[in-house]
Design a protein around this ligand. Structure first.
Ligand SMILES: CC(C)(COP(=O)(O)OP(=O)(O)OC[C@H]1O[C@@H](n2cnc3c(N)ncnc32)[C@H](O)[C@@H]1OP(=O)(O)O)[C@@H](O)C(=O)NCCC(=O)NCCS
Length: 160
């Protein structure tokens, strides 16, 4: 896979992904309309200017297909830098979230120089919990977030 910046031409595939009700089962801000999707993509793109890091667009090298959004961000209300992932439903179960998550952890530990990164996961999102576990994430408890409790998985760095 290629992890890269978002591009204007990703908007159709991005809208398709964030408009999918199944993808959005555990997100409070979706499913999104195409208009919302463009703004959301622009927000993730702009984070790189604000913070120097952000979520990547995920593209399959073999076909050029846009298949997801993976990476780090730190909204003000989050306690630490967070690693998150979304993969187009037709590509679930192929290890893409885990592969991209691993790359993001290396970027956080080696390039940004942080020693701890978290994933915040809505209870019941077992697929996401499984990805966090595969990346060596340890359950660190629950914190209140947006009126509900979310699970905190933590990753320790740096890594070999
Ligand atoms: C979570 C998500 C990104 C995972 O993407 P993915 O590319 O399929 O992830 P991977 O293939 O790397 O790993 C998925 C793991 O979950 C497991 N899994 C799948 N369904 C599961 C379930 N219902 N319960 C437990 N584990 C499950 C898979 O078997 C796999 O583990 P394995 O390699 O040990 O077999 C994807 O499901 C997604 O986009 N979900 C919607 C968005 C979302 O919820 N994002 C996370 C917000 S915190």
């Amino acid at each position: 896979m290629l992890l890269r910046q978002f591009r204007q031409e990703d908007v159709d595939a991005y809208a398709d992904m964030v408009g999918d009700p199944v993808i959005n089962e555990f997100f409070r801000d979706g499913p999104m309309s195409r208009e919302q999707a463009w703004r959301h993509m622009a927000m993730h793109s702009g984070l790189w200017n604000l913070m120097g890091y952000g979520r990547w667009a995920v593209q399959l090298k073999a076909t050029g297909e846009f298949i997801g959004r993976i990476g780090l961000w730190h909204p003000p209300e989050y306690p630490e830098i967070e690693l998150g992932w979304v993969v187009q439903q037709r590509h679930w179960g192929k290890g893409y979230a885990t592969e991209g998550g691993r790359a993001a952890l290396h970027a956080g530990f080696d390039t940004l120089g942080v020693s701890h990164i978290i994933s915040l996961i809505v209870p019941g999102n077992q697929r996401s919990v499984r990805v966090a576990e595969k990346l060596g994430g340890r359950y660190e408890g629950r914190i209140p977030m947006f009126g509900e409790e979310v699970l905190v998985y933590g990753y320790e760095g740096p890594r070999p």
